[in-house]
Each structure stands twice: as C-alpha cells, then as structure tokens.
Design a protein around this ligand. Structure first.
Ligand SMILES: Cc1ncc(COP(=O)(O)O)c(C=O)c1O
Length: 369
C-alpha cells in the first residue's frame, strides 16, 4: 500500500486514551446562543459587574505582551498570600480553579485510583477523575444538602487519593457544616480538597487549613467575586510539604498570562470596591429569592453564593429552562435527578434589570404551563 493510502486509513482517534474517548459530561449551552448579545447570561455564576476599576486600568495600560511571565509568578503569589493570610510558597496558580484541579489530578491520580465526591456538586470533579481513568465514588449529600460524614469515611479505600468538598456547594448554594468538614479532615487518611470558589459571598474561609492540617488543599478563584472569569485566574493553597510536588507538574509560568496576573494583582488592591460589589450581589440575591417566593409553587433554596437553586412546581424543569432560553434568558438545568434536582433550575444573580426579566418570564412560563 502506498504511504498516501496508509495515511488515508489512519484513524487519528485510535491514539486517544479510552477514558478520553468515553468522556460524556458537561454540556455547555450552544456557543452561538450563549454569546449572542441579546442573551441574559445567568447560567455560569459570573459576576454581572465585571472587574474592579483598578483591574480595568491595569488591563488598559498593559503593553508587555511580548514578554513571558515570571516563571514563579511571585508578584501574584505575594498578593494572594497577603489576601489569604498564607505564604507565597503555598500558593499554586492556574488558569482558573479548573486548571488547578486538573493539575492536582495530574499530580496524584493513576488509573484505578479513587476520589470521593458528594453529588449534587460541581461536575468538573467527576470529569477530571474519569479522564485519568480514576473512579469517582459518590457519597451523596443528605436531604438537607449536607455531607454524609460516616458514609464518606466508610467509602475510603487504599485507592482513595482525595475527597472533594465544595463549600458553599455548587449547584445547591448552601454552606456545608464546618463540624462535618473538621471530622473528615481530622479522620481521613487521604487528601481533603476544599473548593471554596464562592467563599467571598459566604464570608467564610478555610484558607488556614492547609497550614493546620497536612492533608488539606483549598481551592479559590478570581472568577466569581472579582468578576474575572474571562481572565482565568485560580489558585490552590497547599500544605508546605505538598508545595514542591505541585511545582514539579506546573507549566513554566503557572499557566497564568501576564495581563491576567496584573489584573488579579490590581483587583486584590481594590478590595473595598469588590466588597461593595459582593454586598450588592447578596442584596440582589435576597431580593430575587423573595420575589421568586411570590410565584406560586416556586421555592428558592437558601444560598451563600452568587446564585440560587430554585425548585419549580413541575416534575421536570428542563422544558422551562429551554423556554427561558427561547426568550433570551440562560439559566442551568441539571439532568441529575438526585435530591429533586430535576425539578430545579440554577440562576446566577445578575444586574437588577436582568433579574427582573428572568422573574417576569419565569412567572409567565409557569402560569401558562
Ligand atoms: C465550585 C466551583 N469550583 C470551581 C469553579 C471553576 O472556577 P474557575 O473559573 O476559576 O475555573 C467553578 C465555576 O463555576 C465552581 O462553581
């Protein structure tokens, strides 16, 4: 056979690892639809207020696109360490918390290893473990959306690399009990990852845990409270003994672009402004929840985040979410029926007029249903 013919027969997907080929999980909204300018985007838990003025100024003034970032990104790590009360050596950066989670999976997971999660929770954990051929063990939240601590401890095996605890949890929006988390952290003979992407809205923090407990890693992001989702800046706070190992798998420059790093540093120098934004979002969230309760049969769950999980008086919220999209409003529905989630939508707190549009359209759709 000629080499041309051999090449024509070559199937590029034959080199793809099986767990990657088998991947089926996160299905984002169709691309064109999400980005259309008339769409109200309340589906990704972004900040509707954008970055702080200092971050905007840093981005506008940025010119050194031709220079690689400092390999160790000390300036950003210094700023985050000061913000979190930790040390720069403990800060491990990535292009969003997702990237850092992925690097942790890369550093720790072999095929056949296990991680423990508690559904319903953030879908990326399962996806990243599966992609590495690791097993995801689900010990579901209880009916109050709290951890089943005994179940989690009983599910640990000698293949368990880490337990992921998301607090406040996405998509339920509630904080998990600190006593429960403490019991897990102090009993589990494996890593415990605490993802607090929404910590600034909850006003709680586990940033000191990696220093106190050798088995704890904390994840944070600039995407939510700082309005920087598009800049992709996330980080882990790791125990000092874990830091050198994480450094071994990080890409040179920590995956964070120079302009993103400068914008993040400027944001962390504008905390008064960001706290004002957080307070505005919390006030809007509480007003939105109160208004939702006025719609017959609609029940928002308590939230410590910038989004609400909302139970609707229908068996399946999917068609309602699809109709909202037809009317220009994007919110999330979760196929997972666990704990009544199929009846719920998740809505991000938007600008006051966006929240109002969502409310009016939802009330109209439910009235006609
Ligand atoms: C719980 C949780 N962790 C992590 C992330 C990812 O954040 P980032 O934008 O930093 O990748 C999200 C984003 O929605 C999230 O909800």
């Amino acid at each position: 056979m000629s080499s041309q013919a051999v090449l024509r027969q070559f199937d590029p997907s034959s080199v793809v690892r099986e767990p990657v080929r088998a991947k089926s999980s996160y299905v984002p909204s169709p691309r064109d639809e999400r980005l259309a300018s008339h769409m109200v985007r309340l589906d990704m838990n972004e900040s509707p207020y954008g970055p702080s003025p200092k971050a905007r100024a840093a981005i506008a003034a940025f010119v050194t696109t031709h220079r690689y970032p400092d390999f160790d990104q000390w300036a950003l790590r210094d700023a985050i360490a000061a913000y979190t009360g930790t040390t720069p050596e403990q800060i491990f950066l990535g292009a969003g918390a997702d990237d850092v989670l992925n690097l942790l999976a890369q550093a720790t997971l072999e095929p056949g290893d296990e991680i423990i999660i508690s559904e319903p929770t953030f879908g990326v954990y399962r996806m990243q473990a599966n992609l590495r051929g690791a097993k995801t063990i689900d010990v579901p939240l209880d009916s109050d959306f709290q951890l089943d601590v005994d179940g989690i401890l009983a599910a640990i095996t000698d293949r368990t690399k880490y337990i992921i605890i998301c607090t406040p949890n996405n998509p339920t929006g509630n904080q998990l009990s600190r006593d429960d988390i403490d019991r897990i952290v102090t009993s589990a003979p494996c890593l415990v990852v605490i993802d607090e992407a929404y910590s600034e809205f909850a006003g709680t923090s586990y940033a000191d845990y990696p220093d106190r407990y050798q088995n704890t890693i904390v994840f944070r992001t600039m995407s939510k409270f700082a309005g920087m989702a598009g800049m992709r800046v996330g980080y882990a706070i790791v125990p000092k003994s874990m830091a050198p190992h994480m450094e071994n798998i990080v890409q040179p420059c920590h995956n964070v672009s120079t302009v993103s790093a400068e914008a993040a540093i400027a944001s962390l120098d504008d905390l008064d402004y960001l706290h004002e934004v957080i307070q505005k979002i919390i006030a809007s969230r509480d007003e939105l929840a109160a208004n939702l309760r006025e719609i017959p049969g609609v029940e928002p769950y308590p939230s410590a985040t910038n989004f609400l999980l909302v139970k609707l008086p229908v068996e399946d919220a999917g068609p309602v979410v699809a109709e909202l999209a037809n009317r220009g409003i994007l919110v999330r529905h979760f196929g997972n029926p666990a704990l009544g989630l199929g009846q719920c939508l998740r809505v991000t707190v938007g600008l006051p007029d966006e929240n109002e549009r969502f409310l009016n359209q939802l009330a109209d759709i439910l009235e006609k249903a």
